[in-house]
Design a protein around this ligand. Sequence first.
Ligand code: PEP
Ligand code: MG
Length: 881
Amino acid sequence: MADEQQWVYDFAEGSKDMRELLGGKGANVAEMTRVLGADRVPAGFTITTEACVAYMEAGQDEPAGMADQVAAALERLQEHTGKQLGDDDDPLLVSVRSGARESMPGMLDTVLNLGMNDTSVEGLAKATDNERFAWDSYRRFVQMFGNVSRGIDGEVFEQAIAEVKADRGVEEDTDLDTAALKELTERFKTLYSEHTEEDFPQDPKEQLRLAIRAVFDSWTGDRAKEYRRINRIPDDWGTAVNVQQMVFGNKGDTSGSGVAFSRDEVTGAPEPSGDFLPNAQGEDVVSGARTPRDIAEMEDWLPDAYAQLMDILRTLEQHYGDMQDTEFTVEEGQLYMLQTRDAKRPAQAAVRFARDAVDEGLLERDQALMTVDAEMLTALLVKTFDPNADYEVITTGVPAAPGGAKGEVVFTARDAIDAAAEGRDVVLVRPDTNANDVGGFHAAKGILTSLGGKASHAALVARGMGVPCVTAASELKISLEDKCIRVGDRTIAEGDFIAINGTNGEVTLDDVPLVDPAEDPAFDEILKAFETVLGWADDTRRLGVRTNADTPADAKKARELGAEGIGLCRTEHMFMAEDRQPKMRRMIMANTRSARKDALALLLPLQQEDFEGLFAAMKGLPVTIRLLDPPLHEFLPDLPDLAAQVERARIECTDDLDELEELLETTERISEENPMLGTRGCRLGILYPEIYEMQVHAILRAAKAMDVPPHPEIMIPLVDYEHELEIMRELVVRVGDDEGLHEGEDYTVGTMIELPRACFVADRIAKFADFFSFGTNDLTQTALGFSRDDVESKFVPVYMERKIIERSPFETIDKPGVGWLVRLAAWVGREAKPDLKLGICGEHGGDPDSIEFFHMAGLDYVSCSPFRVPIARVAAAQAAI
Ligand code: PEP
Ligand code: MG
């Protein structure tokens, strides 16, 4: 035994730091035993997650030594409790519960009342002087054991219960008398034999062996696998198994079971909350079969146990330094604590707890900040699906912009605009979106696409506007021609109702109620707590937080949410508005440079107005403006559509034939096979310098027109070679001289770093840059060779399932690959220019995990969409703690 691995730990041996080995439940129950004493926590032992892993690796075979260690632990438990499993006089009964490192509610199996057999049922009846209770426990055990250990369908047992109730003419399970329960137990045993071709095991040790195996096996069940995939829990963690002495909440009027939180788990208010049921086992409280009572009512029922419970909740919260979620049982007036864990909580409870915990001296600010799940905070800013609502999810896509939205299905931006004008709520549904659809984004309550991903057009634009959006819902077959969506065997037509949850990617046809945080009666209180927590985050973080914004309205919103500047204004979005498109098209169609300049002259005042709006909204804070980036054909009609139009015009000899033919010819000329790798970014600026010249004039004229001097940072996109930047910088400075403004004083010039080559030669590029802003969307696309507009609806889900990747690289930065390029460029860039300012403006700038990485990589700021600014503030603080 000396060298044998320890597979089993008594509760008294463990602690909360042993979570990986003992699972969350095992570690917490061990810790609770230390804190509250052995009388308060029913004794038991934990079989480790390592045992589960070894069992799985060996093809469902217990590792050597485990069985002996379980037997020895059982001996100790029997000694400690003074009771024997299977005894005919006051027998020991145990629960056998799963317990993974991260809780997986309801996904893994549990067996209660283990140890019941034909002998111990008599013993239990004697010891409790309650025959009915004993037989009820036995029949529950056969039912649960049969279901969990041998996979017998729960319905089979329910059917038998219904028959016995019907025979006796009773309605409720609780109306079944002892004789009925005896009969039911016999029926259950027969069902067991029929299904397994074995007798129901009478030996409690055999029962225990099978139950432990069943819990291990539940780790690899379909339910658990699916849950792990969605929640990104690794498959190779395994689950621990906790074997614990049973205490009984169903022993009569001074017994009961309940769940209790150390504070209100929904609002975060400082009063404990929870539910209980007299004369019931824990499963009855959570199953919903009986309506539980509010924990406050427990005081009238059992004042001593209630006072002890309140005291214990305080003690546990103090000890863990976090809100606790506990399960308890009262057995004949004696309170037992079965479980405690940090409470899961919605955003409002998270901020309120963090603030109150510091006020109460429970936590230091840094500790309090670490209790907040940054990612959840947008729920305080947007309408969300009611968390208590029941609805059927028809498919799930990528959660691209948070919030819930619902309305009639429309398929075109035009229809969205018309519907909104009539006051109808609509969701714009398209395979993907482009510049022409932007008008519809404003009009729609939400956007749903079957293609794209986190960094596709729909996602970027919707996120900027705060419109809920789900992309890459690839199971949806959207036909724009037939104006319908097919999913499975359903067809959803134009005008049908749909609801989308941009926070988790769900799509449903049910009318899910939306919760507006601003309508919460405690909203003022929540907001105060939120402000306090954000204030602490600002004091703690080193990273600056800016926003990606293209309109004054977005910029203003972001400033209100704490943005310290604009890190990316995508100027192309300014040309997408419907009234600007003809002018833009004229510019693109121009055949000569001078004709193009004339067209640009018409755009200049509009651009200038845009920038004035942005500067005014940002009141002197830095505003990074990126010169035109996308390929020009994006502003022209879709090529196949246009070809069809021309064909029709030719047949019908319409007046606009010449114009259409010219448009087709230009579109064909400038269209590219791989536009993302084509004539875009600074390549446009080099081919058509007049476009960038117009934009720089507009920026600098706007700057001159402002009362509060703005702080423009002019950014050149998609640079590969230092010479590209050198040429573009000269252009900017030349226009600056024309406008009488000086580089370095009135404006600065920098570049996006978004191509692998640029990372490798960042020292050369830095010579011509005042700042770098990492464009991690394109950098991910080009470093991995993954199309940012396609892969999330194509192979990324399979890659995640096959464990090739854990998350989409467009959501969380691929640290060893793309992240390494960022670190390299930051390092060599600063070697060449020590005061080089470094930011990141790809979508990763709003992702907490990526933010932690950017903090470590030494960047100066992150820039993200307005509604993610609070998330970034908190995540940046957490990275610094
Ligand atoms: C990027 O590539 O990361 C970026 C911010 O630019 P865009 O998404 O506009 O290409
Ligand atoms: Mg880019």
